[in-house]
Design a protein around this ligand. Structure first.
Ligand code: NAD
Length: 283
């Protein structure tokens, strides 16, 4: 078997073209979706993610701004900035780029964002709504993964989905979204004994570990759908996923590449959530 590649880049381009049209219509009604991204400190990876978000916003005609704060900013000062953005009716979406410096409690910051502007979908109220299946902002990477599966009409109901990784931003929520669509979900993580025994049973395998090329064809059931969330920069500067793409492609039915897989979908779903916020769809 040679796996069909699910291109996040191609799907993103299609969705962004649709969103651009929708924004043109919203503008005729006087609504300009606006995303504010808060960047604390000077971490090069964070800076690159933030500028990617601004560039993508601009491409589809959305308004966006980056608020830059020094590494030394206090939690109180950052909370004041967020409070001001919460009150500003022209700001529809607020995203605080993570990680934050040690003097700041990340959870305090996440919980200070108005849930109706929480386009990252990290606020406990939005996580709770996701768990109970209410309409809300879904966290962008898991939402992107689900959108990729839907784009290929991959059936989820009754399938065994195995998620490797249990972070709050990827592993846990993607498992919940798969469960919401009636998959049988197994979570694996760093303490799982005999990982292969679980992955071999997966109809859908989502890999979010953060270690290069861990999952080879030996871990897969014939015909599995393989979603590679990992982004690992090798010493030669190239990017690779958590899945050995070449080997896994021999066994999988569908596979996502790295780069141009889940990564572009994450930003695309952020744009989608910001439009949803501007339309006032999350109460
Ligand atoms: P994390 O470090 O918070 O979590 C990693 C998880 O992997 C943990 O739950 C851990 O228990 C598990 N794990 C670690 N080693 C393991 C092993 N050998 N076997 C089984 N499980 C193991 O990471 P994260 O934030 O969830 O991100 C995971 C990866 O996804 C990273 O490479 C990150 O860069 C990438 N990522 C990509 C996107 C995207 O848009 N494509 C978004 C977020 C994260």
């Amino acid at each position: 078997m040679v796996a069909e590649v699910i291109s996040g880049r191609d799907l993103s381009m299609k969705l962004k073209a649709e969103m651009k049209q929708e924004i043109d219509t919203l503008k005729e009604r006087g609504i300009i979706p606006h995303l504010t991204v808060v960047l604390v400190g000077d971490d090069p990876a964070s800076r690159s993610y933030v500028s990617g978000k601004k560039k993508a916003s601009n491409e589809i005609g959305m308004s966006s701004e980056i608020i830059e704060l020094p590494e030394s900013v206090s939690e109180v000062e950052l909370l004041k900035v967020i409070n001001r953005l919460n009150q500003d009716s022209t700001v529809h979406g607020i995203l605080v780029q993570l990680p934050l410096p040690v003097q700041i409690n990340v959870q305090h910051i996440i919980e200070s964002i108005d849930p109706k502007k929480d386009v990252d979908g990290f606020h406990p109220i939005n996580i709770g709504k996701m768990m109970t299946g209410e309409d809300t902002f879904l966290p962008c990477t898991p939402y992107g993964i689900m959108t990729m599966l839907h784009s290929k009409n991959i059936s989820i109901e009754g399938k065994h989905a195995v998620v490797i990784g249990r972070s709050n931003i990827v592993g846990k929520p993607v498992g919940q979204l798969l469960l919401n669509e009636n998959a049988t979900v197994t979570y694996c993580h760093s303490k799982t004994k005999d990982l292969k025994a679980f992955t071999k049973l997966a109809d859908i395998l989502v890999v979010a570990i953060g270690k290069p090329n861990v999952i080879t064809k030996d871990y897969l059931k014939e015909g599995a759908v393989v979603i590679d969330v990992g982004i690992n920069r090798l010493s030669d500067g190239t990017l690779t996923g958590d899945v050995d793409f070449k080997s896994a492609s021999e066994v999988a039915s569908y596979i996502t590449p790295v780069p141009r897989g889940v990564g572009p979908m994450t930003i695309t779903m952020l744009l989608h959530n910001t439009i949803k916020a501007a339309k006032g769809l999350v109460k």
